[in-house]
Design a protein around this ligand. Structure first.
Ligand code: SF4
Length: 396
């Protein structure tokens, strides 16, 4: 019998500064004791490994925060421990999110030696004014230099861009995207700027100091993005993620295809053996919990078959490949989980495609996913798709 596959997410919660749009679990601290953090992550990892014996490890993802600020020796210690707790696949994907400033780029060679084989670079823009607006700590030229260094050091390099900034137009964004598509990447994460509650941008919007782009312009930019990336051979395989065939993030596919994953580090989410768990978000609370309990978990709950099917549907419909609704129902021992007449209506209106019991959103459907889920799901009230996203699957 083949061992069940497993993905591992590692959250590094520190950044040099806080970006005004960011609602991730990121914190700025004057000093970070790398040894203390290495030991805490290793203890948290050992806890998960005890509960998940005999698994095959398909991917590791270091997200944050800014994990490119981790010492390479800390990264290596986590990789070594993970690949001794679990049997790694021969082609294990080990990704690290990096910010493109010169200090971090100087660490790339060491990170490659430590075992990282894929980097996701937070370029976010090629324009210095836009980078300043986004509160980023790097310039456009530093971004290009970091990309070049990353491409020399890692086999697979993805980068992120944020679009839909106030003042963005079809012309300005198509020029940026055209340039991005010449930079030799086989994976791109393209996120629309969203104003998240609790961020500095949200308070600026409240005070009328910032006016977000209107919904129609945002939708037009999304459609433009879809057309240009498809034309260049990197179609959207998920709402915001584009890749040449075979270059998709295997780690993130595990989330969206509803596989098991262990999550360690502050605020990390995990899903294993029908349970959902989340860890203490604040770094200091996480460290105390690990000291006290040997792990950083703050909440753990079993998922009912309805909740699990609901989540699998929400996550799977983010993907261009969609979901097999009957297979999900069978997996969790349930009757139909979607309203098929409603599905057929949405197929007729051009928002979904259907092949047997497999349903998938069209590009127009991806824009209205929350609404579509509300229409078709019959398992239980649907949660907003974005609330179920693990920490690492978004622009950082
Ligand atoms: S967007 Fe990324 S770099 Fe900026 S504060 Fe958030 S996690 Fe840190």
């Amino acid at each position: 019998m083949t061992a069940e596959p497993l993905a591992l997410y590692v959250h590094w919660p520190f950044c040099v500064s806080k970006c005004p749009y960011c609602d991730f679990n990121s914190h700025v601290r004057a000093t970070i004791d790398q040894t203390q953090w290495r030991d805490a992550l290793l203890a948290d990892l050992a806890h998960e490994a005890r509960l998940l014996p005999d698994r095959t490890l398909t991917s590791i993802f270091f997200g944050g925060g800014t994990p490119s600020l981790m010492d390479a020796s800390t990264v290596q210690a986590v990789i070594d421990a993970a690949t001794s707790h679990w049997q790694p696949t021969g082609d294990i994907e080990i990704t690290l999110e990096a910010n493109p400033n010169s200090v971090e780029a100087a660490r790339f060679a060491d990170l490659a030696v430590a075992g990282i084989n894929r980097v996701s670079l937070g370029l976010q823009s090629f324009n210095d004014k836009a980078l300043a607006f986004l509160g980023r700590a790097h310039s456009a030229s530093e971004g290009f230099a970091a990309l070049e260094t990353a491409q020399k050091n890692f086999r697979r390099v993805s980068f992120d861009l944020i679009y839909g900034l106030p003042g963005d137009t079809d012309d300005s964004w198509s020029m940026t995207l055209a340039q991005a598509l010449t930079l030799g990447t086989r994976h791109l994460s393209l996120y629309q700027l969203t104003i998240e509650p609790g961020t500095r941008f949200a308070s600026m919007v409240g005070k009328r100091e910032l006016e977000p782009l209107d919904a129609d312009s945002s939708a037009a930019l999304y459609e433009l993005t879809d057309a240009m990336t498809s034309g260049a051979g990197l179609p959207a395989y998920e709402i915001s993620n584009h890749a040449r065939p075979g270059q998709e993030s295997r780690h993130n596919l595990t989330y969206w295809r509803y596989g098991d994953y262990a999550g360690i580090g502050p605020g990390a989410h995990g899903r294993r053996l029908g349970m959902r768990m989340v860890r203490h978000k604040k770094p200091e609370n996480f460290l105390s919990a690990v000291k006290r309990n040997g792990h950083g978990i703050s909440e753990e709950a079993s998922l009912s078959p309805y909740e699990a099917a609901d989540e699998a549907l929400v996550m799977g419909l983010r993907l261009a490949e969609g979901v097999d609704a009957d297979a999900i129902a069978g997996r969790f021992g349930l009757g139909p989980i979607v309203n098929w007449p409603k599905v057929d209506q949405l197929v007729a209106s051009g928002h979904l495609t259907r092949t047997g019991s497999r349903i998938a959103p069209t590009a127009a459907g991806r824009l209205l996913l929350d609404h579509i889920l509300g229409e078709i799901a019959v398992v239980s009230p649907i949660s907003a798709a974005v609330e179920l996203m693990p920490e690492s699957v978004a622009a950082a």
